[in-house]
Structure formats: structure tokens, C-alpha cells
Write a protein that binds this ligand. Structure first.
Ligand code: AP5
Ligand code: MG
Ligand code: ZN
Length: 216
């Protein structure tokens, strides 16, 4: 299966992605995670990406597209993958489509996780992420058993630098202007499936897996 998870910041792409890749045994390709790893390592890519991410802006298409194309050529992507947070602009979607056309590997589907804007702000400002394994929590909606400690690996939880109220508002605006048009883009291609992402995490997972099981 070759799947895209589409949705605004805080929709639950990462949360659902974590579970989906386990169930379907797919590599989880999150461009946000790739950039955060590069920032941590202090690479040139990381330094460039950080400039944009800290402001809640998108990293330029030409930087993102090359990285994803390279990633999709890796052997673990042969039998499918889950893309989380890519594509995010029509230019990125066109580039992906061209690359997949060359590889003769069409997309299975695009899952659009729909959540209203008010809830997104609460979700993002309360999010906590494990420093060691990257698992995602929420102080209210999905709390770890011990405060600031990861249930899965015991790692320390932290708050993303772009999860402040100001930056979240900017990210939501960027989503509306640059990413939301992809809903119509994929709908026109007959690839779009929309789920109600405002339900609880298990409910959303059930909806998504029902869609994907029918596509297998
Ligand atoms: P990225 O890391 O992709 O961030 P994002 O798209 O803003 O999305 P998030 O990761 O914030 O949200 P999510 O949907 O994964 O939600 P989560 O599951 O964590 O990108 C960061 C930055 O990198 C961008 O701003 C940009 O600068 C750059 N970038 C990345 N990709 C790019 C690209 N392709 N092009 C250009 N630039 C790019 O959930 C959020 C919270 O809600 C958590 O606390 C979770 O526990 C909770 N939660 C989840 N589901 C539920 C639920 N059903 N009910 C209640 N709470 C829930
Ligand atoms: Mg995410
Ligand atoms: Zn952990």
C-alpha cells in the first residue's frame, strides 16, 4: 500500500501513522520528522529547514521533493509506505505524481483527516513528544502514565518549539493557503477518503483501517 495522510497540523497524522505502520508493516515517512532529525544532527539541511519551521512556514519545495524522492527509492519502500506531511503543496503533489509515474507505482489512496480549527489549537499546545522514540502524547487527550515519561521506552517527553500559540496559528494559516487545495486535487483524481478526525484516537483508527482494508 502507498498511502498519504493529509490533514492540518494537529489532525493526528503522526498519531494515526504510528499505529497504521505497525498494522500494515510499512515505513512511516514523515517529512517533519526527517527535518527534526536533521536539525538534531546539525546538518546543513537541518539548519536550512529550521529557519522555516521555527516560523511555522513551509520548507521550500525544492528542498523537500529531493529528499522524499530519495527516500522512496530505498529498498524498504518497495512494497509500500505511508507518507505523513508530504505532499503539502500542489507543486509537491505534482512532483510526487511524476516520480511515481516513472516508477510505475500508483498511490493506493489519500486519507484526509478532517478536524475543525478550534480543536487543533488545543491539541498542538498540549502535545508532548518522546525525545528517544518519537511517540506522541497529549497532556489531556492521550496522557503518558507518568508525567513527562514515555510509556513505551521511558524516554523524556518534550514540547515541540513550533507548538506555541503564535506559531500554531501561523501553521494553520499556511495549511489553509497552501495545503488545503490538495483535498480538491486528490478528490479530482478519485483518490481521496475523508475521515472524521475529531473522534477519539481509537475511533479514527477504526475508520481509517476500514477504508484501507477495503483497498488491500
Ligand atoms: P510536521 O511535523 O509535519 O507538522 P504538522 O503537519 O504541522 O503536523 P503535526 O505533526 O503538528 O500534527 P499531526 O497531524 O501529526 O498530529 P499529531 O498526531 O502529532 O511539520 C512541521 C514543519 O516541518 C512544518 O511546519 C514545515 O515547516 C516543515 N515541513 C514538514 N513537511 C513539509 C513539507 N512536505 N513541505 C514543506 N515543509 C514541510 O497529534 C497532535 C496532538 O493531538 C497530539 O498531542 C496527539 O496526542 C493529539 N491527538 C491526536 N489525535 C487525537 C484525537 N483523535 N483526539 C484527541 N487528541 C488527539
Ligand atoms: Mg506529525
Ligand atoms: Zn519513547
Amino acid at each position: 500500500m502507498r498511502i498519504i495522510l493529509l490533514g492540518p497540523p494537529g489532525a493526528g497524522k503522526g498519531t494515526q501513522g504510528e499505529r497504521l505502520v505497525k498494522k500494515y508493516n510499512l515505513p512511516h515517512i514523515s517529512t517533519g520528522d526527517i527535518f527534526r532529525a536533521a536539525i538534531k544532527e546539525g546538518t546543513e539541511l537541518g539548519m536550512k529547514a529550521k529557519e522555516y519551521m521555527d516560523k511555522g512556514e513551509l520548507v521550500p519545495d525544492e528542498l523537500v521533493v529531493g529528499i522524499v524522492k530519495e527516500r522512496l527509492m530505498q529498498p524498504d519502500c518497495q512494497d509500500g509506505y505511508l507518507l505523513d506531511g508530504f505532499p503539502r503543496t500542489v507543486t509537491q503533489a505534482e512532483a510526487l505524481s511524476a516520480a511515481l509515474g516513472e516508477l510505475n507505482t500508483p498511490l493506493t489512496g489519500v486519507v484526509n483527516v478532517d478536524v475543525n480549527q478550534d480543536e487543533l489549537l488545543d491539541r498542538l499546545t498540549g502535545r508532548r513528544v518522546c525525545k528517544s522514540c518519537g511517540s506522541t502524547y497529549h497532556v489531556k487527550f492521550n496522557a503518558s502514565k507518568v508525567r513527562n515519561v514515555c510509556d513505551k521506552c521511558g524516554g523524556e517527553l518534550y514540547q515541540r518549539v513550533d507548538d506555541t500559540v503564535e506559531t500554531v496559528k501561523q501553521r494553520l494559516e499556511v495549511y489553509r493557503n497552501q495545503t488545503e487545495p490538495l483535498i480538491a486535487y486528490y478528490e479530482n483524481k478519485g483518490l481521496l477518503f475523508t475521515v472524521d478526525g475529531s473522534k477519539d484516537i481509537d475511533e479514527v483508527f477504526k475508520e481509517v483501517t476500514a477504508i484501507l482494508d477495503a483497498k488491500k
